[in-house]
Design a protein around this ligand. Structure first.
Ligand SMILES: CC(C)(COP(=O)(O)OP(=O)(O)OC[C@H]1O[C@@H](n2cnc3c(N)ncnc32)[C@H](O)[C@@H]1OP(=O)(O)O)[C@@H](O)C(=O)NCCC(=O)NCCS
Length: 175
């Protein structure tokens, strides 16, 4: 599932990225890799992370998750054994704009720089690196995203949203 027209999986740290933290690759990232699709087993794990462990997608119905992943540029972080250790998702037209969401690392892998490495790789993706705007919402990870050039909105009064936080619950209940 996921993306069908992506560059091959790579272990390379792309030095040509324009947006990125500028962090140099370290031995901690050796053997780690990025893919742009999830197989069924990986999707099961990613679904558990988001629907049961994340603070923002609690109760996400599985069909909604599957459709979201299939229609996004999905990032999969793999450890040196090829196991899924993290995900991220860009909802994007691949030309002008993206909304970044569902960034989640296996708790056992946090705090070692691999989240930063994953974002560096993803933001260097050919379909993302020249976008005019990438937007995200975070409760407490501002310092993490600041490393890649994200800032608070300069004119928040110009942004609007339509928000329905109860939609997953109603979908699950069929109401
Ligand atoms: C947020 C997350 C993706 C970061 O990944 P990570 O691998 O733990 O982060 P790294 O080790 O690569 O950290 C890189 C830098 O970002 C900083 N950082 C990491 N998480 C941070 C956070 N939540 N807030 C502020 N800074 C953070 C680190 O301190 C480090 O800074 P330094 O290089 O100056 O020491 C990961 O911790 C995670 O999945 N958290 C739970 C889910 C979540 O909150 N996702 C984001 C939702 S918007």
């Amino acid at each position: 599932m996921g993306d069908h027209d992506q560059p091959p999986r790579t272990n390379l740290h792309d030095g040509a990225r324009r947006i990125g933290s500028g962090a140099a690759p370290t031995p901690a990232h050796e053997g780690w890799s990025i893919a742009y699709e999830l197989n069924r087993t990986e999707a099961d794990l990613a679904y558990r992370w988001l629907s049961q462990e994340s603070y923002w997608a609690s109760g996400l119905p599985r069909p909604v998750f599957d459709r979201a992943m299939a229609n996004s540029l999905t990032v999969a972080l793999k450890d040196p054994h090829g196991a899924l250790r993290g995900i991220g998702r860009f909802i994007t037209d691949r030309a002008t704009f993206a909304y970044l969401c569902d960034v989640y690392l296996d708790p056992g892998c946090r705090g070692r720089g691999v989240g930063q490495w994953m974002m560096d790789q993803a933001l260097a993706h050919p379909d993302l690196k020249d976008l005019r705007r990438i937007v995200l919402v975070t409760r407490d990870a501002h310092g993490f995203y600041a490393k890649f050039g994200f800032t608070s909105l300069t004119q928040p009064e110009n942004f609007m949203h339509r928000h329905d936080p109860g939609i997953y619950r109603r979908l699950s209940q069929g109401t």
